[in-house]
Design a binder for this molecule. Structure first.
Ligand code: NDP
Ligand code: MG
Length: 380
């Protein structure tokens, strides 16, 4: 296949979200054809995106909304489809070369696995499926000959620093975190949803914004890094970097450290996943270093943010532990956003779920899905 990204139509899973919108922008600027766009329930937004991007297919995850989508697309020439199987089919269509996974949460697992099995270039923003079933997704992509490209900004940075190097040259991955809105707040017992939704440097969907406030996002990213780069979690160090300019670093055994820097704009890593191995012109300018001021780094506060130790614990346990950690976090975040739980309950829920885990090694996809569902039922 040609390296020209315009020769490869894309499928955007979760086109109506924050990553989806940035992906549509990158695709339109680069002239990358869009084959399919999907959403869960926002019919009007999905129809708008499908028409604007000249997609062939629009898929709404909720089957009850198919008629509504058909009406919204009437006369546009875009085919309307619905349901989880249609999401997978859109990702696996022969016209599609690359799939951008931008669904939020475990809901993206079936389509991620399907796209991996179909050998598509997998541009992964939706980190939760990798946390749940990383080894299976990576093995499926390898067997089918498809590349897995990170969209998460930290992992895009690490991927770029590692290019041309072997894992045994690496001493440590330095995974940076902005520290979230509560980096300097000592008492987290009374924080509100509104405060937690105000991220200092990134503009994102609600679930990942809460994950960034609890640092659970970094916990998920620790497992994500282990899966993507085959480097044990004990060699990944989380470093708070409030300016979000250094997107992550890799430390090599000769003492040299590589970093990737850029503005906090997801269009940069999305574009690189789509255009790899080339860096093409795009909408985002490099930072102006003379005006940046200082770049600072500190260790995370593991006492106020138990999420960090919970993630190392889940990584050591392996098997079903990362999937259970993720499911417990998803239900706890949903409860917090709905006003049914407090901020600190999120840590407590994840800790309880990991404490009550009955683990198996090398779980099958069915075992992972069962563990996800039973954790949700138990802790919702
Ligand atoms: P948003 O909440 O903004 O968007 C989520 C998208 O997924 C929407 O299109 C939504 O459709 C769709 N969706 C939600 N639930 C389902 C479901 N059950 N089945 C099918 N589709 C569903 O999320 P973000 O764009 O912020 O994040 C997407 C993923 O990317 C997450 O995994 C996140 O961790 C990751 N990520 C995000 C970053 C960011 O900057 N936002 C940075 C790095 C990673 P609808 O609109 O109809 O509800
Ligand atoms: Mg990230």
């Amino acid at each position: 296949m040609s390296d020209d990204p315009r020769s490869r139509a894309i499928c955007i899973l979760g086109a109506t979200g924050s990553i989806g919108a940035s992906t549509l922008d990158v695709a339109s600027r680069l002239g990358i054809p869009v084959h399919a766009v999907t959403a869960h329930s926002k019919v009007a937004e999905l129809a708008r995106d499908a028409v604007a991007s000249k997609a062939r297919v629009a898929v709404i995850g909720d089957p009850a909304r198919l008629d509504e989508l058909r009406r919204a697309l009437d006369g546009s020439g875009v085919r309307a489809e619905a349901g989880p199987e249609a999401l997978c089919a859109a990702a696996c269509a022969p016209e599609v070369g690359a799939v951008v996974t931008a669904i939020v949460g475990a809901a993206g697992l079936p389509a991620t696995v399907a796209a991996a099995r179909a050998g598509k270039r997998l541009c992964i923003a939706n980190k939760e499926p990798l946390v749940m079933a990383g080894p299976l997704v990576m093995a499926a992509a390898k067997a089918a000959g498809g590349a897995v490209l990170p969209v998460d900004s930290e992992h895009s940075a690490i991927f770029q620093c590692l290019e041309g190097h072997r894992p045994d040259e690496v001493t440590e991955i330095l995974l940076t975190s902005s520290g979230g809105p509560f980096r300097t707040v000592q008492d987290l017992s009374a924080v509100t949803v509104e405060q937690a939704l105000k991220h200092p440097t990134w503009s994102m969907g609600p679930k990942i914004t809460i994950d960034s406030a609890t640092l659970m996002n970094k916990s998920l990213e620790l497992i994500e890094a282990q899966v993507l780069f085959g480097i044990g979690a004990e060699r990944v160090r989380i470093l708070v970097h409030p300016q979000s300019v250094v997107h992550s670093m890799v430390s090599f055994r000769d003492g040299s450290v590589m970093a990737q820097l850029g503005r906090p704009d997801m269009r940069t890593p999305i574009q690189y996943a789509l255009t790899w191995p080339s860096h093409l012109s795009g909408p985002v300018e490099a930072p102006d270093f003379a005006r940046l001021g200082s770049l600072t780094f500190e260790d995370p506060d593991r006492r106020r943010f138990p999420s960090i130790d919970l993630a190392y614990h889940a990584a050591r346990l392996g098997g079903l532990a990362p999937a259970v950690m993720n499911a417990a976090n998803e239900v706890a975040v949903a409860a917090f956003l709905a006003g049914r739980a407090r901020f600190l309950d999120i840590f407590a829920t994840v800790e309880r779920a990991l404490g009550q885990l009955s683990n198996v090694s090398d779980p099958s996809l069915d075992e992972i899905v069962d563990a996800d569902l039973s954790t949700r039922r138990r802790y919702a």
